[in-house]
Design a protein around this ligand. Structure first.
Ligand code: SF4
Length: 481
């Protein structure tokens, strides 16, 4: 269950259908607080009390397409796959065409290009895996050990990018479980970023003062083995994603004027249907202090058929609206993905990439450079490379931090500046993103700053310090190296 944030309690007003109503948010209650010292309406209350208060304040919400009840992510597929004609204008690349002929020969063009057909036909069990791939003994034994319900989901489109004979295929490594996942190491944690500890309302992470992370679903089209939120994706349990939870989160955002930026994530928000996405964005856009809305998604990469003209039309209504898209390897940049990102870019949506640095997937400078170049070609700006978070059983994915620094070193100055993302570690326990960079300031010599270029040549830049100022580049008057 979500714990309360450590921010100070303060009385607020929640606007309900345009009328302000006082609510005391249970942000934090110190030991020894004298609750009787304040009027009842301003007294900090428990999270349960706050939730009850919100429920009684809000009239029931009626959404034709939204369920009021929690349902399992897989049950929810049915609701997501009711109808849709295939997108006749959508491209089918050569790899997908060959794979479809081999593994899904019965699928028509219209079906293959229908994102709901793709969701319905995800590969989720041993039989499905064996239908499309020649499994290694490790992959096979792990699948048997995990049983009937593998924590696996792969769209047929994304499976088409895998080498059926090579277990070291980089995309395959990110999707298929292997025995290394059962080995848990020191420092690993279910919630390595302590997101649950920064949730003032269930599903809403408020870590940085001016922005929130709004988790809206535990469902993804594909499940990545290294996922930071592996504790919740593809599962039901203590996390609840439904309209009531959305209303509580929206009330908190509405009542917290410092929040100017909302990142919608999950799970993958673009697996929700069009109406629900439109409803959520409309509600957020109606909050005056929310300046900036983003969605984090892997859909344009693993289920590009989801980026229909209708969805692009909905998203463009809510500008300024940005999107962060999760990419792992240059092999993901196909004609289909170029079309999905092109539709989003044509709708005026700035696209940035997020990539997890992962051993034997993308942990060498040449692979990363090819990925960054390919992203620029499809109008996605490389944004972040993340050091892999220490979730349980992730040691085989993690690289030394030095590997990431070497990759940035190999990009910076050696290629277009736009192709160089930020390399960050998300601080374990909730420290936020910490940028890491190779050192280009090598020291100071008197009034000169000594700086190094991408070729390793050192240059002097005249940079006298004001009296009393302390140099960040080492002690004034000395040469660091
Ligand atoms: S798509 Fe994102 S949220 Fe879903 S499993 Fe992959 S990393 Fe996790």
């Amino acid at each position: 269950m979500a714990k309360l944030s450590q921010r100070a309690a303060r009385p607020i007003e929640v606007s309900v259908n345009g009328s302000p109503r006082p609510v005391s948010l249970p942000l934090h209650r110190e030991e020894g607080d004298d609750a009787d010292a304040e009027p009842a309406s301003r007294r900090p209350v428990s999270l349960a009390q706050f939730q009850d208060q919100l429920q009684s304040n809000y009239p029931p919400l009626h959404l034709a397409t939204a369920s009021e009840d929690d349902s399992s992510p897989e049950e929810d597929v049915a609701a997501r796959t009711a109808t849709d004609a295939g997108d006749a204008d959508f491209v089918v690349g050569p790899q997908a065409a060959a794979f479809r002929a081999r593994c899904f020969p019965e699928a028509t063009d219209a079906e293959w290009n229908d994102w709901k057909w793709q969701l319905r036909h995800r590969i989720r069990d041993l039989a499905g895996l064996e239908r499309c791939l020649r499994l290694s003994p490790d992959e096979h034994e792990t699948a048997v050990r995990l049983g009937d319900r593998l924590p696996v989901g792969i769209t047929p489109y994304y499976a088409s990018l895998m080498d059926p004979d090579d277990p070291m295929d980089p995309i395959r490594r990110t999707m298929l479980p292997i025995a290394d996942e059962f080995e848990h190491s020191a420092g690993e944690s279910e919630d390595p970023l302590n997101e649950d500890g920064d949730m003032p309302v269930e599903g809403l992470v408020h870590r940085y003062p001016d922005r929130v992370l709004f988790l809206v679903t535990s469902f993804c089209a594909t499940y990545c083995r290294y996922c930071t939120r592996s504790r919740l994706v593809g599962k039901t349990g203590e996390y609840h994603f439904n309209t009531r939870q959305f209303e509580r989160a929206l009330a908190y955002i509405e009542a917290t004027p410092e929040i100017r930026d909302v990142l919608i994530s999950g799970g993958d928000p673009l697996t929700m249907n069009d109406e629900r996405i439109d409803w959520l964005l409309t509600r957020l856009r109606a909050i005056p202090h929310v300046e900036f809305i983003r969605i984090g998604s892997k859909i344009p990469c693993v289920l590009p058929q989801r980026i229909t003209p209708a969805l692009a039309t909905i998203l463009r209504k809510h500008h300024p609206f940005w999107m962060s898209v999760h990419f792992m390897h240059p092999a993901e940049i196909t004609p289909e993905v170029a079309q999905s990102c092109g539709r989003l870019a044509d709708a005026g949506i700035p696209l940035g990439s997020q990539t997890v640095l992962t051993r034997d997937v993308n942990d060498d400078p040449e692979t990363m450079k090819r990925l960054m170049h390919a992203l620029l070609r499809i109008r996605v700006r490389p944004y972040y490379i993340y050091q892999c978070d220490p979730i349980p059983g992730s040691r085989h994915f993690r690289t030394p931090v030095e590997t990431g620094l070497r990759i940035i070193e190999a990009l910076r100055g050696h290629t277009t500046g736009y192709a160089v993302p930020n390399f960050v570690i998300d601080g374990p326990g909730g420290g936020g993103k910490i940028p890491l960079s190779p050192e280009y300031v090598v020291g100071r010599d008197g009034d000169d700053l000594l700086i190094r270029n991408y070729e390793g040549h050192v240059f002097r830049y005249p940079d006298p310090l004001p009296d009393g100022a302390v140099s960040l580049a080492g002690r004034a008057g000395s040469t660091a190296r």
